[in-house]
Design a protein around this ligand. Sequence first.
Ligand SMILES: Cc1cc2nc3c(=O)[nH]c(=O)nc-3n(C[C@H](O)[C@H](O)[C@H](O)COP(=O)(O)OP(=O)(O)OC[C@H]3O[C@@H](n4cnc5c(N)ncnc54)[C@H](O)[C@@H]3O)c2cc1C
Ligand SMILES: NC(=O)c1ccc[n+]([C@@H]2O[C@H](COP(=O)([O-])OP(=O)(O)OC[C@H]3O[C@@H](n4cnc5c(N)ncnc54)[C@H](O)[C@@H]3O)[C@@H](O)[C@H]2O)c1
Length: 467
Amino acid sequence: MTMQSTDVDVVVIGAGPAGENVAGRVVRGGLSCAVVEDHLTGGECSYYACIPSKSLLRPMELAAEVSRVPGLALDGPIDVAAVLNSRDKAVGYLDDSGQAEWVTKLPATLLRGRGRLAGERLVEVKDKDGTITTLRARHAVVLATGSVPVVPPIPGLAEARPWFSRDATSVREVPARLVVLGGGVVACEMAQALHALGAAETTLLVRGGGLLGRTEPFAGRMLADSMREAGIDVRFGVKVTRIERAADGGPVTVHLEDGESIEADELLVATGRRPAVDDLGLDGEGPVQVDDSMRVPGSDWLYAVGDVNGRNLLTHMGKYQARVCGDVIAARAHGRPDDATGLRDLADGKGAPQVVFTDPQVCSVGRTEQAARADGFDVRVVEYDMGRVAGASLLGDGYTGRAKIVVDEERKVLLGVTFVGPAVAEMLHAATVAVTAEVPLDMLWHAVPSFPTVSEVWLRLLEEYGL
Ligand SMILES: Cc1cc2nc3c(=O)[nH]c(=O)nc-3n(C[C@H](O)[C@H](O)[C@H](O)COP(=O)(O)OP(=O)(O)OC[C@H]3O[C@@H](n4cnc5c(N)ncnc54)[C@H](O)[C@@H]3O)c2cc1C
Ligand SMILES: NC(=O)c1ccc[n+]([C@@H]2O[C@H](COP(=O)([O-])OP(=O)(O)OC[C@H]3O[C@@H](n4cnc5c(N)ncnc54)[C@H](O)[C@@H]3O)[C@@H](O)[C@H]2O)c1
């Protein structure tokens, strides 16, 4: 085991979307940077999460759209092999050389191996041969190690060799019978994708009373209706007591508290994610707490961005935090003021924008009504049936969608917006601008949506509000 030691301005542990973006910003800020990655440069998002899941969902989405347009019909079922090939292409066949080259061309140093904190400003990197390199950071160490799936303590689960999200997004053979545990984003997206690709018997087991717990309740209800209509067995208030699978393979049996059991070919566990802090040299297992400059309180050198800080487990929010973090590290390193607006995370606390790529799509930004009331705002809400908008009716027969705004009555600005419906994802950014920039409603009134687009729902919402 040889030991080498290198000095560098900034060390980033983890080359997912968050870590890569910190590297990009600190180098742009005139600092040297080393990035440590022990698997694939590009992280979970590029190879196992956002990209493959959206690639698997796109055919289902388009098939649903086509079925709503009179005169159009799909010429046969979805070609599953072609979809899986296209997914493989989307993840670059798990070859990260392109992203690795992006890092090295910044220029930054890419070190392959497992990083851990070994002291103040010190990072030890152990490569696959056991060689240890010690990196000494002059200015900062940034943790960007992401998250890993939560494994619920259900008897027999580990022995039953369940699927987690990586298994679902990397699927090679779609199981005919699938049980999905969880009612969050991964469970809903992957249940719909795999059902459309051939998991004819798909059962979604949800312990609570609704789907997508952090969004407006009507969104989860509409999604559950759509899933059931497509033939997915959605069950609420379910407790799994035990799982069984023979050691030599065969079907998995999921036993429920009410005495029923369900047999399936695979069980997908999608019960949330926890920060990837195992063996990172930190005390504690929870998210790494940071201030709004992404720095760990009490330290002047340790930062954390992306899933590992638990703020919002979304790629775009991790990348945003990375931009703040990289820029603030550069400002501090050069002795420049570090309190400019761009050097603070002003977005996470307001409620991150999120698109759930199901059918219907669920798009939200800011606070839900419940969260806004809990935060003490004087709230008024308006809802609108998007099927009544001329642009929506032109998208296909029986367009079903719903929009909701949450208004801060004191300041007359939007606190939250939710759109649920087919093809609403691209409408979300207008809502993000309105919520983030706190555009007064009487100015929003002058943002005229084009006719005949679904965006006219903005006009209808404001009319319903009373403008
Ligand atoms: C199925 C699924 C679908 C998703 N879809 C979306 C979506 O559509 N849109 C969206 O915004 N978000 C989505 N997400 C969430 C998104 O994937 C994460 O928010 C995002 O990947 C977080 O980025 P990150 O850089 O913080 O961490 P990661 O992407 O997890 O990257 C962390 C990197 O650190 C490396 N690493 C960890 N520990 C060490 C160590 N000790 N030493 C060296 N390297 C280490 C890992 O190998 C990894 O490459 C999805 C998640 C899942 C599970
Ligand atoms: N399109 C997107 O933006 C997208 C897609 C996928 C994932 N993600 C991100 O990834 C993160 C992880 O997604 P996720 O779906 O795993 O987590 P989640 O937090 O969204 O949902 C977890 C679900 O599991 C349930 N659950 C938790 N423990 C359980 C237990 N012991 N038994 C039964 N059910 C249990 C919860 O009630 C909840 O329904 C999310 O925070 C999300 O932001 C985003």
